[in-house]
Design a protein around this ligand. Structure first.
Ligand code: NAD
Length: 344
């Protein structure tokens, strides 16, 4: 993408949707370098009133159409419920705005493809809120993989568990797993060949509270993602098992978020029996220093920098599409009792 805003020093932006997550996004854009928070938008006046007192310099509106019509606003951040992402993003792109949109990019593969195409046609940045791709611990894991510290990657698993928040419309897969899927794709740098998923609805018929999603990357790698809002633990964990070492990212740990386990198992060729052929190695456990950066601020900063410097975001519309393709395939597998579904 070319340098679309070479002469602009500050990016005038409006945040649309100021609810549970939107208030965090507003706060983050208000602290983002080179961003100018201009308008707060929510269709609920009470919600606006709560945020307006914190940002008295920003205008407010309940009408999204007013933002679209305002040529001085160059970017919108859409933090509205997921069913609205596609329509609001299409309208913003057609009005010439750059778009930050919360995860998931859309609810269908077709809509996500349309957003990829429209962003390219309009030469505008579309960035999806795959927050964990901006987490310093995830970036540390990525560099451990890239430098070969862990050896060949065998498999990854990820847990995102808690008691609540129970959603009534989208299931645990669509609500929670976009983060874990984006992390697995980011870490492995490739897309799965097929997925399987099983899950169960205990609280609301048709809305799965717990889902186990498996991703196969050909014969090479595999990943499992366990998401649930019906679990005794609050757990946010990613485990990577490599041929040389293993790494654990535990986001709930107050001080030791990333640890490397110098452990592995090796197979000796040509030994007389199975027991002799396997050696396991138990080395030291090291805790790594994770840079003290707030993921949300890194994410909003990345969006503003990409728009102003004409760069492509890490979590661009293509990344959003890859995640939606997996969510869609996993949904089909869920509805067919865990049948493998190919990712096309
Ligand atoms: N990145 C993360 O970690 C994270 C965490 C939570 C939620 N989210 C995402 O953020 C989005 C919002 O989730 P939430 O929990 O804040 O929802 P919410 O229901 O608490 O808030 C949504 C707000 O959007 C407003 N809204 C809806 N349609 C609108 C429209 N057309 N114009 C203006 N305002 C409109 C509603 O009035 C409401 O205040 C979802 O896409 C969700 O997936 C991301």
């Amino acid at each position: 993408m070319g340098k679309v805003n070479q002469t602009m020093e500050l990016l005038p932006i409006s945040v649309v949707g100021l609810g549970g997550w939107g208030k965090n996004v507003v706060r983050s854009f208000s602290q983002t370098r080179r961003a100018k928070l201009c308008v707060l938008c929510d269709e609920n006046e009470e919600v606006i009133a709560r945020q307006a007192v914190l940002y008295p310099y920003a205008a407010t509106t309940t009408q999204y159409s007013e933002i679209l019509a305002e040529s001085n606003i160059h970017a919108v951040a859409l933090v509205t419920p997921s069913p609205s992402h596609f329509n609001l993003a299409v309208q913003a792109l057609n009005a010439g705005k750059h778009v930050f949109v919360e995860k998931p990019l859309s609810l269908t593969v077709g809509d996500a493809k349309e957003l990829v195409a429209l962003a390219e046609k309009k030469q505008r940045v579309v960035m999806v809120g795959h927050l964990l791709e901006y987490h310093p611990a995830v970036n540390l894991l990525k560099s451990l993989i890239q430098t070969g510290e862990l050896g060949d990657i065998h498999y990854i698993y990820s847990h995102r568990l808690n008691l609540g928040v129970v959603r009534l419309e989208e299931n645990a897969l669509w609500s929670l797993a976009p983060h874990d899927i984006s992390v697995v794709l980011y870490l492995l740098g490739k897309e799965p060949t097929h997925v399987t998923a099983v899950g169960q609805s205990y609280l609301n018929p048709g809305v799965e509270d717990v889902v186990f999603l498996n991703l196969r990357f050909g014969e090479e790698h595999m990943a499992q993602i366990h998401v649930s809002w019906l679990d005794p633990h609050k757990e946010r964990k990613v485990v990577i098992v490599g041929s040389k070492r293993m790494a654990v990212f535990d986001d709930m740990h107050p001080s030791e978020k990333v640890r490397i386990f110098d452990k592995s198992a090796n197979v000796k060729i040509g030994t007389a029996n199975y027991v002799e052929s396997i050696t396991v190695r138990h080395g030291e456990i090291r805790s790594l220093i994770v840079p003290n950066q707030e993921p949300l601020l890194s994410e909003t900063q990345h969006f503003v920098d990409c728009v102003l410097d004409g760069k492509t975001p890490r979590s661009d519309a293509h990344d959003g599409l890859r995640v939606v393709k997996i969510l869609d395939a996993a949904t089909r597998s869920l509805h067919q009792n865990g049948m493998p579904v190919e990712i096309l």
